[in-house]
Structures are given as structure tokens and as C-alpha cells.
Design a protein around this ligand. Structure first.
Ligand SMILES: C[S@@+](CC[C@H](N)C(=O)[O-])C[C@H]1O[C@@H](n2cnc3c(N)ncnc32)[C@H](O)[C@@H]1O
Length: 452
């Protein structure tokens, strides 16, 4: 097999990014857009010692799960790589992917449950963030980044974002451009508006707008403030409007300085019967309905008795701890973002929760303090970022040896790795994939472990 050859391939699996996987001449061949079960002719576009990448040239046998992608920028924008696969098949493939990763670690799992999908898997994202980019010729674009690039493509409609805020984000950007503000120019670091971020409470319809600007002086620019206030007043769902400053030439969207220019400090949303206050910077699950499904699985599988002490690690705005607070005697949470801890403490009051305490700091630093205070958990819930748990936190979790652990993960590869380490002392009872991000290659999982 050589570069530019047209080769015949049988697709035997789909990988982490939904790419088709085939074998040829003792090499693994990755074929973006191909589906398990398909026979294809493909052009080899890259080849090295361990693997090759090929592009579909002609379809011999098409999968019966292949569907027409619904989005005009499918394949161009880096977002929904699974749109060409029927939704029920996406759920099966996500389940298979999780099982493969657990098998690779030779883990014994009581049960890997079916992926919990959405009834209507569209328009689910409660948060929209669009880059605003002006080029040297004065042309401004608002949209998504092209796959593996920082060039922006415009799209009429994103089918996985809430319709109201998808349109609102673009409207604000156009409004600002009409008023003479420029989009950010990544090449020379000039321009005014870098990003538009809009969040919306799924159950409350409350909207928060945050404009990310390129220079601190824009925070005090009376024209920008007046334009934003006028826009907010004309859109009755806008409850809160902020300006955020990011002067760094990095990929981070939000900078540190945040200034409220209109309305309330935060918006609210509900997960189950609990109300959560959300600010521009705090983490909140982007799919509210599936977050509730996930927390319910966690609650049911943990089967709490009301007398247990719970550690809610990587607690964000306290969502999980507050959701479980009625079923335990005490909740202690740790979260690194001070702003999120501030929100967690407001959320405790808003929900009349009297048995929760949230601490700002990193889990690896703060978990030690519980030992010093002689506080022992009966149950630990962790919900770390994609990189998973660090060794020190795992060491402490094993030392505390709670009766049960609930592990919520947005990365099944690091989940499998961490479960392997925890399995020295724990039986892995269940792993439940929850489809928090339909049509994308991301999958969330909840796992419940019991002390051996
Ligand atoms: C996936 S979110 C989970 C938030 C929350 N449990 C929820 O369901 O909304 C992960 C959280 O971990 C926080 N975080 C990241 N690294 C951390 C660390 N080393 N120690 C404590 N918190 C951390 C992030 O700020 C974020 O709020």
C-alpha cells in the first residue's frame, strides 16, 4: 500500500472520533466518515510505520445506518462528526467504544449499561460561543472554526444549539459590527470583539450574554456599554449582560476581568427540583436534560441511606452535591474555580440546603485537609475534567476507602485508566454511558464502585 493508491477496505469498527477503522497489509487504516460494516474503495492519503489514513473514494456496500447529514457545514466545522450515522446506531457505537476501552484495561465490570440517549437529540446545547473575526480587508465573520484551523465559517443554523441563543449570539455580533466595532484579528492581535458567549436556562429561558473584548479600555467604553444595554433591553429574555476582557494571544476564550453591564449577576436553571445560579465563568453541564438523567443514574446506583458523609470532588457550582444532599447527612465539596465556589455557596442558600460546605482549591491540595480535620467520607463522587484523576487524589481516595465511589467522566479513556487503579480495592459495579452530546464524538459516563 502506497500513498495515493486506491485500496479496497472492509470497515471493521469505528474509533474514538467516529472514524472508520480497517486493516490492510498489517496496518490499521483510519477512514474518516466510514461506518462499521461498509465495504469501500479509498484513496491512501497518509501512510507511516504504524497506520495509514485513507479517504472514501467509492462506496461498494453502504451501511444501512448511514443517513444524510442535516447540517450544511458537516465535515467542515469541527463539531458533529457522527451526523452521518443514524442516532440509535451512534448510541450503540458509543457503548461499544466504552466497552473496548474498559476491556483494554482488562477490567471486570458488573454491567456496562445501554447508552442513555435523548428522545429529541437536537438543539440541546444551553451555551453558545462564537468567535468574531475580522480580516485585514475589513471583512468580519461570525461562526465556527473550520476543522483543525482558526478560520471561521459562517453557518445559518446550528442544529445542536438552542435556537434562541444561536440566533441571538449572531444578532449581537452583527449589531456590534454595525455600530462600528471590529472583530478580533488573530494575525496581528488587533480588533475589539473576540467572542460572543450566550447561556440560557433550559427550564427558565433566562439568557446571559457575555461579550469578550480584546482590550481592557473597552470595558469603560460608554458606546459599547450603551449599545449592549440597548440590545439587552430590546430582548426581554436577556437577564444578564457582561463584558469580559481577554488580552492574551491564546486559545482560551475567557479572560480574567469580568464586568456586569446590565441586569442580574447570574441566570438560573433547574436540574430536577434544584435551582442553580450560573455565571459566565462557572462550569454547568451544557445539556440540562441529560445532566438530570445522569444525576438520576448516579443517585439510583449509589443507593444512599441518608446517613452518609459525601465528598463532591470537582464540584463546579455544586450541582451534584446539592442534587444528592437530601440523601446524605453531609456534603463536602472541592472546586478549583473560586467563581464556581461562590456560585455553589449561593446555590446552597437558594435551595435551602443546610448540610453542604464548599471549599475553593484543587482536589489534590485540599483533600488532605479533610484528613487533618478527621472527616471521613462514606461516599466519594468525582467529576474531573478530561484528563481524569491525578495520582495523589487516587492515593487519598484509596486511603479514605469510602464504601462507595461514583465516578462521572467526560472521557472514557481516562475513566478506564483511573478505574484500573481504583480496582485494587473496589469492585466496579456499573458503567452507564449517557449521551450528553448527540451527533458528536463525546460521551459522558457514570460508574459506581463498591469497596471490596
Ligand atoms: C466536569 S466539571 C464538573 C462540575 C460539576 N460536578 C457538575 O456536574 O457540573 C469539572 C470541574 O472540575 C474543576 N476542576 C478542574 N481541575 C480541578 C482540580 N484540580 N481540583 C478541583 N477542581 C478542579 C473545574 O473547574 C470544573 O468545575
Amino acid at each position: 500500500m502506497n500513498k495515493n493508491d486506491i485500496v479496497h477496505l472492509e470497515i471493521i469498527d469505528n474509533g474514538m472520533n467516529f472514524e472508520g477503522i480497517a486493516r490492510k497489509d498489517n496496518l490499521v487504516v483510519f477512514v474518516p466518515g466510514a461506518i462499521i460494516g461498509e465495504s469501500i474503495y479509498a484513496k491512501v492519503i497518509k501512510i507511516n510505520k504504524n497506520y495509514a489514513i485513507a479517504k472514501i473514494d467509492e462506496m461498494e456496500t453502504q451501511s444501512r445506518y448511514r443517513v444524510k447529514p442535516f447540517c450544511e457545514v458537516f465535515g467542515k466545522c469541527g463539531g458533529c462528526s457522527a451526523q452521518h450515522i443514524e442516532y440509535d446506531m451512534q448510541l450503540l457505537l458509543k457503548n461499544k467504544l466504552v466497552k473496548n476501552l474498559l476491556d483494554k484495561q482488562k477490567l471486570e465490570v458488573g454491567k456496562v449499561e445501554n447508552t442513555i440517549g435523548m428522545g429529541l437529540p437536537y438543539y440541546y446545547r444551553n451555551k453558545v460561543q462564537y468567535p468574531v473575526r475580522s480580516s485585514n480587508d475589513g471583512n468580519t465573520k461570525v461562526g465556527f472554526y473550520l476543522k483543525r484551523s482558526h478560520n471561521v465559517i459562517e453557518n445559518n443554523c446550528c442544529y445542536i444549539q438552542n435556537r434562541v441563543i444561536d440566533m441571538l449570539a449572531k444578532d449581537i455580533a452583527q449589531y456590534l459590527i454595525k455600530e462600528g466595532f471590529l472583530g478580533y484579528n488573530e494575525e496581528d492581535g488587533t480588533g475589539d470583539i473576540r467572542h460572543i458567549l450566550v447561556r440560557r436556562g433550559y427550564h427558565t429561558a433566562e439568557v446571559l450574554v457575555c461579550i469578550i473584548v480584546n482590550k481592557e479600555e473597552l470595558v469603560y467604553d460608554s458606546k459599547l456599554r450603551d449599545v449592549l444595554k440597548k440590545f439587552a433591553k430590546e430582548n426581554e429574555n436577556i437577564v444578564s449582560c457582561y463584558i469580559n476582557v481577554n488580552e492574551n494571544r491564546t486559545n482560551e476564550i475567557l479572560g480574567s476581568k469580568l464586568e456586569l453591564v446590565y441586569g442580574a449577576e447570574y441566570i438560573t436553571d433547574l436540574i430536577g427540583k434544584y435551582k442553580y445560579c450560573i455565571s459566565p465563568k462557572s462550569f454547568f453541564q451544557v445539556n440540562t436534560l441529560q445532566a438530570e438523567a445522569l444525576y438520576l443514574v448516579l443517585k439510583n446506583r449509589l443507593n444512599l441511606n441518608g446517613n452518609e458523609v459525601l465528598f463532591d470532588l470537582y464540584s463546579g457550582v455544586g450541582s451534584i452535591g446539592i442534587f444528592l444532599s437530601e440523601n446524605v447527612s453531609k456534603v463536602y465539596g472541592i472546586e478549583i474555580e473560586e467563581d464556581a465556589v461562590k456560585m455553589a455557596n449561593i446555590n446552597i442558600i437558594e435551595n435551602n440546603v443546610k448540610n453542604a460546605e464548599y471549599i475553593a482549591g484543587s482536589v489534590e491540595d485540599k483533600i488532605v485537609e479533610f484528613e487533618k480535620r478527621n472527616i471521613k467520607p462514606d461516599v466519594i463522587v468525582v467529576d474531573p475534567p478530561r484528563k481524569g484523576l491525578d495520582e495523589k487524589s487516587i492515593e487519598y481516595i484509596l486511603k479514605f476507602s469510602p464504601k462507595k465511589i461514583g465516578y462521572v467522566s467526560c472521557n472514557p479513556a481516562t475513566l478506564a485508566r483511573d478505574l484500573k487503579m481504583l480496582s485494587v480495592k473496589y469492585n466496579i459495579q456499573t458503567v452507564t454511558p449517557v449521551d450528553m452530546f448527540p451527533h458528536t464524538d463525546n460521551i459522558e459516563c457514570v460508574s459506581v464502585l463498591k469497596l471490596k
